[in-house]
Design a protein around this ligand. Structure first.
Ligand code: ADP
Ligand code: ASP
Ligand code: MG
Length: 405
């Protein structure tokens, strides 16, 4: 007998028919003699709809009340799925995040899991129940409800698999696995049979929504092998693990992120310590800075340009304007028209020329590059948002074998 964690995303439980379909998958696994813990997200667009409802009431609701609201989505889906499992004649018990023992810190809206007390889940499993847990939520030290950030149910599932040393952690979604690009946008994207944690982490962080990046970080940390697969077909999915057999592919995925803002500070003094003052302050305010570009100083001044997530643009501008050394300087920003397109692959670490091939593909597609950043396993470019899909397709065609037919 094995312990299996199965997670189902919003589209997998979007309506009654799909909830029944998930109930069948879960009960088939249980009927084979396994212990099953199921993690579910809110149905369909419920979370977005709740956010829209909040906006009808207030432009700036408190983050505590926002989490109180958003957690309701998963409460609905665990109850409905449990009813469907009951209907099929199987024993089941649904648990909210706090009932399942999820303790988090108090950063409402993007809380981090501190600990899971798995006692209750274990009791329910020992009673032979299928356990259905609400993803995306936990409770903080003040006994208040918190949520883990968008896509956070993936992290809930991995956390349970890690805490309970599950034998398998299956992430069911609405595509058949992890592809070389978003299969809804790039028709010739290829399904990967395996991908490393490091590659998946980069892809998830750089915009591939199929897995939440914190869930991949946690899977790597606790060595939880993930299986990403479709809840709608029986096709084999993608295995995410530490190392995979070397393939010829230099690039394993191409992705875009449109939640990006570019900020420039023009004419800062050309003296030591400026970058430290600016980025030290941004770090202290918990603002993640991504690509940074500094010009060579001329006539005693230099320019610094960097990117942050578009959500953080306003806060970043506030911090910059509050800095003494930027008073009177020109600050330019664009949080509407830029996108970051990235190619990811462990193979590029040992192969020179990947960047050049990527720039060639962009040149041939007549796409202008505004900024570039590289690491061992990824190359990102900042470009016009209007060109993003075209850029993904061009880079994908240049690197992914068999993707052009
Ligand atoms: P769920 O509701 O199951 O959590 P998500 O919508 O969060 O599902 O993630 C699945 C979606 O991720 C897919 O429908 C697909 O459009 C998108 N996606 C983006 N990049 C990729 C990729 N490289 N491989 C697979 N899916 C991707
Ligand atoms: N329902 C949450 C969201 O839409 C969590 C999740 O789907 O993983 O972001
Ligand atoms: Mg998701």
């Amino acid at each position: 007998m094995a312990l299996i964690v199965q997670k189902f995303g919003g589209s997998s439980v979007a309506n009654a028919e799909r909830v029944m379909n998930v109930a069948r998958i879960v009960t088939e696994t249980y009927a084979k003699g396994n212990d099953v813990v199921v993690v579910v997200s809110a149905q369909g667009d419920t979370t977005d709809d709740l956010i829209a409802k909040a906006a009808e009431i207030s432009a700036k609701p408190s983050k505590r009340e926002m989490d109180q609201l958003l957690a309701a989505g998963e409460q609905i889906s665990i109850a409905l799925l449990s009813m469907a499992i009951e209907k099929l004649g199987f024993p089941v018990c649904s648990l909210l995040g706090w009932q399942a023992g999820f303790s988090t810190n108090s950063v409402y809206g993007s809380a981090r899991i501190k600990k899971i007390n798995t006692e209750r889940i274990k009791v329910e499993l020992s009673r032979k129940n299928i356990v259905v847990v609400a993803g995306f939520q936990g409770i903080n030290r003040y006994d208040d409800i918190t949520t883990l950030g968008r896509g956070g149910s993936d992290t809930s599932a991995v956390a349970i698999a890690a805490a309970m040393h599950a034998d398998r952690c299956q992430i069911f979604t609405d595509v058949e696995g992890v592809y070389t690009a978003d299969p809804r946008k790039v028709k010739n994207a290829v399904k990967l049979s395996e991908i490393t944690y490091d590659e998946m982490l980069e892809l998830a962080t750089l915009g591939a929504q199929v897995l939440n990046n914190r869930s991949v970080e946690m899977a790597k940390k606790y060595d939880v092998v993930l299986e990403v697969l479709s809840s709608m077909t029986n096709a084999p999915g993608t295995i995410v693990k530490e190392s995979v057999k070397m393939e010829k592919m230099l690039v394993r995925g191409v992705t875009k992120d449109v939640n990006v803002a570019r900020i420039s500070i023009i004419g800062v003094p050309n003296v030591p310590g400026i970058a430290y003052k600016i980025f030290g302050k941004l770090a202290a305010e918990n603002i993640n800075v991504d690509i940074i570009l500094q010009s060579v100083g001329r006539n005693d001044t230099k320019d610094i340009t960097f990117t942050v997530s578009a959500d953080n643009c306003e806060k970043t501008l506030e911090v910059l304007r509050g800095l003494e050394l930027t008073a009177g300087l020109k600050i330019e920003y664009d949080d509407q028209n830029v996108a970051k397109v990235s190619a990811v692959g462990a193979g590029m670490e040992t192969h020179p020329g990947v960047a050049a091939s990527m720039f060639k593909a962009l040149f041939e597609a007549d796409i202008n590059i505004q900024m570039i950043s590289t690491s061992e396993i990824k190359i990102s470019v900042l470009i016009d948002k209007a060109d993003a899909d075209k850029a993904v397709a061009a880079i994908h065609d240049a690197f992914i074998p068999d993707s052009k037919d």
